[in-house]
Write a protein that binds this ligand. Structure first.
Ligand code: MN
Length: 215
């Protein structure tokens, strides 16, 4: 290897906060291992490669995403892939699901009138994605929650994605996220998402998103 090819790793694959089999029976061990190591790992190494090739240094991931329209496609796809999966792993977990925190519940009532309506709208949004993409809960400029979706590895932080907002929960609906266990039964995968959501973490991200507007 030539010395100029040895560059520091700017972005690292974050540690998974639970074991590969921890989310069973909702997400199987094999899917988790392939998804985390090969897919997320691939976005991280391709992102580092693209940043080096484009001579981009000392930029934060969110800073890049917020002006993504100025960057080449390989940075868009891999920076999005890295951000989206990092958020995904944090907001799901074993012994999760269950009730929303009171603070989140209030926000859901304010934005969607009821929990049932919120869940129905979210599932509808996830099911409506044709091809690969993500369904999101975002915090908009008025601190209201909004359901949205994006294609590929785009996300609502990206400057040219509408509606824009701060994502606090995302569901990966790429086939690689569920196909080994669910095959074509995407609806069951989407319904089972409620059983693995870490609402404490989502609550924390919601509070951070609200506070970030005052800083
Ligand atoms: Mn994925």
């Amino acid at each position: 290897m030539k010395t100029q090819e040895i560059t520091e790793t700017l972005i690292a694959l974050p540690e998974l906060p639970y074991s590969f089999k921890a989310l069973e029976p909702y997400i199987d061990r094999e899917t988790m291992e392939v998804h985390y190591k090969l897919h997320h790992g691939g976005y991280v190494s391709n992102l580092n490669k693209a940043l080096n090739e484009n001579n981009i240094h000392n930029k934060g991931l969110e800073e890049i995403l917020k002006s993504i329209s100025k960057y080449p496609k390989e940075i868009r796809n891999n920076a999005g892939g890295h951000y989206n999966h990092s958020l995904f792993w944090q907001t799901i977990g074993p012994d999760c699901g269950g009730d929303l925190t009171p603070y989140l519940m209030e926000a859901v009532d304010r934005s969607f009138n009821s929990l049932e309506n919120f869940k129905r709208e979210f599932e509808k949004s996830a099911m409506a994605i044709f091809g690969s993409g993500w369904a999101w809960i975002i915090v908009d400029e008025n601190n209201m929650l909004k359901i949205t979706s994006t294609h590929n590895q785009d996300n609502p932080l990206m400057d040219d994605v509408k509606p824009n907002g701060i994502p606090i929960l995302g569901l990966d609906v790429w086939e690689h996220a569920y196909y080994l266990k669910y095959y074509n039964n995407k609806a069951e995968y989407v319904r089972n998402f409620w059983s693995i959501i870490n609402w404490e973490k989502v609550d924390e991200l919601y509070k951070e998103a609200v506070l970030s507007k005052y800083i």
